[in-house]
Design a protein around this ligand. Structure first.
Ligand code: AMP
Ligand code: ZN
Length: 109
């Protein structure tokens, strides 16, 4: 999608602080971190929100890659939180499906 911020980040036309990439996902540091570690994991296919996602393989891949990035790339052995905001009411601002990984401290509820 030519007008999607996160598609442009995947393409490289907008810079990002990449932490991981493979054939299905791209992961990069959030520009406004809300925890000591705050990374976004996005599928390489453009899907606007979780509510639009139909493909169980893509969703399963995304969750397994979140786990891989958190454990093996970010070394969040103590644990982490995964957040997916859905549509405006859920606080979603960028309409390309993304999972937030938050960690690096004991997170408040
Ligand atoms: P959400 O509110 O769930 O849609 O989350 C969007 C996230 O994208 C926010 O936490 C923003 O700080 C983050 N963000 C927006 N623009 C950029 C960017 N250019 N690079 C990295 N993170 C970004
Ligand atoms: Zn997109």
């Amino acid at each position: 999608m030519s007008d999607c911020l996160f598609c442009k980040i995947i393409e490289g036309s907008i810079p990002s602080d990449k932490v991981y990439e493979d054939n299905t996902v791209y992961a990069f540091k959030d520009i406004h971190p809300k925890a000591p570690t705050h990374v976004l994991v996005i599928p390489k296919t453009h899907i606007p929100t979780l509510a639009d996602a139909q493909d169980p393989t893509m969703l399963g891949e995304l969750m397994l890659k979140v786990n891989h990035v958190a454990n093996d790339v970010l070394n969040l052995e103590a644990g982490y939180r995964v957040v997916i905001n859905v549509r405006e009411g859920g606080g979603q601002e960028v309409f390309h499906l993304h999972a937030h990984i938050l960690g690096g401290k004991k997170l408040p509820f």
